[in-house]
Design a protein around this ligand. Structure first.
Ligand code: C5P
Length: 222
């Protein structure tokens, strides 16, 4: 049986997960949030006092981190050694930790293997940084979703303040830009547009417009 794959990559805060969830619902695909896996490894490293700069140490330690994704009522739940950490990993701090552990080859190999396995047994829309380039090189559709950093910071600011978390918009933009720089300039699987990906700048598009654009690209592709 052939399973269909959509790959969405792009910088932090471009709206990948919001869009992917909508598209998944419409197409009845599973939405796989791969960033959550790196976030869970980041949490594991933080809890165990592992210095993320020490790659060998982290590579060994990560073998003891069992990451499982479960899909309940359409939503992804992330388990770290049996504990549901889905909510724990949504902070900006966890995002930074994810980016730090994501530089390490052994971490990526483990995550990519798991991601490929999920895509082999379901129709998926998967988002991340290396999905079109490494995880699903033969995806039916690849989208490289971007937005201006100012717009991304504004969206993240709104999201956090709505949750009652106080934050500073300049600081958020600075963090986003620093995380993108780190993700685009790492040695292993840096964030970049796959040659055959469709670039979509969604700075001035609504969520529904972006989702509709992706669905229409997908329908044309298959
Ligand atoms: O997408 P999200 O913000 O949750 O990702 C957190 C971090 O995890 C990213 O900044 C990136 O460093 C890392 N990541 C990655 N490869 C992926 C998904 C996320 O390196 N496929």
């Amino acid at each position: 049986q052939k399973y269909y794959n959509i790959a969405i990559d792009g910088p932090a805060g471009a709206g990948k997960s919001t869009i992917a969830k909508l598209v998944a619902k419409e197409l009845k695909f599973i939405y796989v949030d791969t960033g959550a896996m790196y976030r869970a490894i980041g949490l594991f490293a933080a809890r165990n006092g592992i210095n993320t700069e020490k790659e060998t140490e982290l590579g060994e330690a990560v073998q003891k981190a069992d990451i499982q994704l479960k899909y309940e009522d359409g939503g992804q739940q992330v388990y770290l050694n049996g504990e549901n950490v889905t909510e724990h990993i949504r902070t900006e701090e966890a995002g930074k930790m994810a980016s730090a552990v994501g530089k390490v080859k052994a971490v990526r190999e483990k995550m990519v293997e798991l991601q490929k396995k999920i895509a082999e047994s379901s129709n998926v829309i998967m988002d991340g940084r290396d999905i079109g380039t490494v995880v699903l090189p033969f995806a039916d559709l690849k989208v490289y979703l971007t937005a201006e950093s100012k717009v991304r910071a504004e969206r993240r600011y709104k999201e956090l303040t709505e949750k009652g978390i106080s934050c500073n918009i300049e600081e958020i933009e600075k963090d986003i830009v620093a995380r993108d720089y780190q993700d685009m300039n790492r040695e292993v699987s840096p964030l970049k547009k796959a040659e055959d990906a469709v670039a979509l700048d969604c700075s001035y598009m609504s969520i529904d417009e972006v989702a509709a654009a992706i669905i229409s690209l997908y329908k044309k592709a298959v």
